[in-house]
Design a protein around this ligand. Structure first.
Ligand SMILES: Nc1ncnc2c1ncn2[C@@H]1O[C@H](COP(=O)(O)OP(=O)(O)O)[C@@H](O)[C@H]1O
Ligand SMILES: [Mg+2]
Length: 241
């Protein structure tokens, strides 16, 4: 059985269809990459999966049971964690306190939450930064902090929204290694990633979105060669030039 099944998800914002009839599945322990130009609907899809947005149509199933309609904290308690593309740490709280917020999703015991948060900070390479305020951390460190917050909930499924986005080139390999390690430890991951080389390298399967629709899905090499995927990215390439 799939760990996650996204079944016919449609999400509209007024006249704009951000997600149109999107379906895909994630097996336990699998790493699925989501690609697509800006505005393709990737972050919206994460919002729908994690309960931040209600879809206009379709169902999200976890272990075969619908989770559509649950609140974000309820989805989190079922073992689904996510990071946000736009970072929003509590700037005046320390790194440790920020991560403890995540840990409290799963335990009410402060000592236990602290232990889990310390473990998560260690695993993302932020040991020594526990008492630093989030606002003094670099973008790369804040991305790690965001990851630690998600990890502290002990997820079975981790959704990562552009972990390498906005990070200096030098920090990218470390973040990619971290994602690889989490996958190696058995977590199932769905990873939105703008860096094509990275996503093609780490994903077992890729789902490509364009204008809210799935235009291709399958093994990375097949998706990379797909005509519709190449066309979708041409305008983007010029856009970024
Ligand atoms: N809260 C919102 N209200 C209105 N439009 C939105 C909202 N969130 C996203 N959109 C629009 O939905 C489309 C998909 O956005 P998004 O999911 O953020 O794309 P991606 O993450 O692939 O760049 C875009 O056209 C975006 O402007
Ligand atoms: Mg996005």
């Amino acid at each position: 059985m799939s760990l996650l099944e996204v079944r016919g998800i449609t999400k509209r914002f007024g006249g704009l269809t951000a997600n149109r009839d999107i379906s895909f599945q994630v097996a336990p322990g699998e790493l699925v990459g989501i690609i697509g130009p800006n505005g393709a609907g990737k972050s919206t899809l994460f919002d729908v999966i994690t309960g931040f947005l209600a879809p206009d149509a379709g169902t999200v199933l976890l272990d075969g049971s619908p989770i559509t309609g649950l609140r974000p904290d309820q989805v989190s308690r079922r073992g689904v964690a996510r990071t946000f593309q736009k970072l929003r740490p509590f700037a005046h709280m320390t790194a440790l306190e920020n991560v403890m917020v995540g840990a409290f999703q799963k335990t009410a015991d402060p000592a236990e939450a602290r232990d889990r948060a310390l473990g998560a900070l260690l695993s993302v390479g932020l040991a020594g930064k526990e008492e630093a305020h989030a606002r003094v951390l670099s973008t790369g460190q804040r991305k790690r902090l965001e990851l630690a917050r998600a990890l502290a909930t002990r997820p079975r499924l981790l959704l990562l929204d552009e972990v390498t986005g906005g990070v200096d080139q030098g920090s990218i390999p470390g973040l990619v290694d971290l994602v690889r390690r989490l996958h190696g430890e058995g977590a199932a991951l769905v990873v939105i990633e703008h860096n094509m080389r990275v996503i093609m390298d780490i994903s077992q399967r890729i789902v490509a979105l364009h204008l809210g629709e799935v235009i291709a899905s399958g093994p990375p090499r097949d998706v990379a060669r797909d005509t519709r995927v190449i066309e979708a990215y041409l305008g983007q390439a010029y856009h970024h030039a």
